[in-house]
Write a protein that binds this ligand. Structure first.
Ligand SMILES: C[S@@+](CC[C@H](N)C(=O)[O-])C[C@H]1O[C@@H](n2cnc3c(N)ncnc32)[C@H](O)[C@@H]1O
Length: 190
């Protein structure tokens, strides 16, 4: 019989500087490097610690986690600083039918069952569901950003601003290979 319901047990917990949602400036979410300097620790619970064998060689990890403080499940959401409603599956909103988050972090070091990372956008106490290595398979060469490309947002003054094309905001998205940062530079900053 095919399973139709799933229960997940956290394998660990995030220790981050963001104690409440208000500690996170939503403008960070607009910047590809908005969280790159945010350091956190991923504590992997002892019964799962053996599974960390061999993670040390990877520069980045994919963290799958539960948006445990999200109380709403929505199909249309208004992302921060966005005037229009968007389909939840075209956003990174925490308010989704299955409240699962995904963040790529840089692995800075490991002390037993504790991973020191940077690039965390999760709240302190966030339950970790899974870890996977970030591999070359995840690096896509040609990326289209849908409504984010056409995004219009209001500044504090209420003025409506247009953002430049994604390739100007993030040179790694440039169609011209000469404008893209080298792999080494990209991983050094993220
Ligand atoms: C835009 S989401 C992106 C999260 C992840 N990178 C993703 O793409 O799934 C980041 C926001 O989720 C919220 N958040 C982070 N951890 C959360 C948690 N454990 N429960 C509920 N909301 C959380 C914070 O407000 C944060 O600004």
């Amino acid at each position: 019989m095919v399973k139709t319901e799933f229960r997940f047990r956290p394998i660990g917990v995030v220790h981050s500087p963001f104690k409440t949602k208000e500690d996170i400036d939503p403008r960070r979410n607009l910047n590809p490097h908005g969280f790159s300097r945010i350091k956190a620790e991923l504590e992997i619970f002892k019964p799962y610690a053996r599974g960390l064998k061999d993670v040390d060689g990877f520069s980045h990890l994919i963290v799958l986690f539960a948006f445990h403080q999200s109380r709403q499940k929505k199909l249309l959401v208004k992302p921060p600083l966005e005037a229009r409603w968007r389909g939840v599956f075209s956003t990174r909103s925490p308010h989704r039918p299955n409240p699962i988050g995904l963040t790529v972090v840089r692995l800075l070091g490991r002390r037993g069952n504790i991973l020191a990372v940077s690039g965390a956008d999760m709240l302190d106490g966030t339950p970790i569901l899974d870890l996977k290595p970030y591999t070359r398979r995840e690096i896509k060469r040609s990326v289209e950003l849908g409504w984010l490309n056409r995004r219009r947002r209001s500044g504090r003054s209420g003025r409506v601003l247009s953002l430049p094309p994604a390739s100007l905001r993030d040179p790694s998205l440039s169609k011209n290979p000469e404008n893209r940062p080298s792999e080494a530079r990209r991983t050094a900053t993220d």
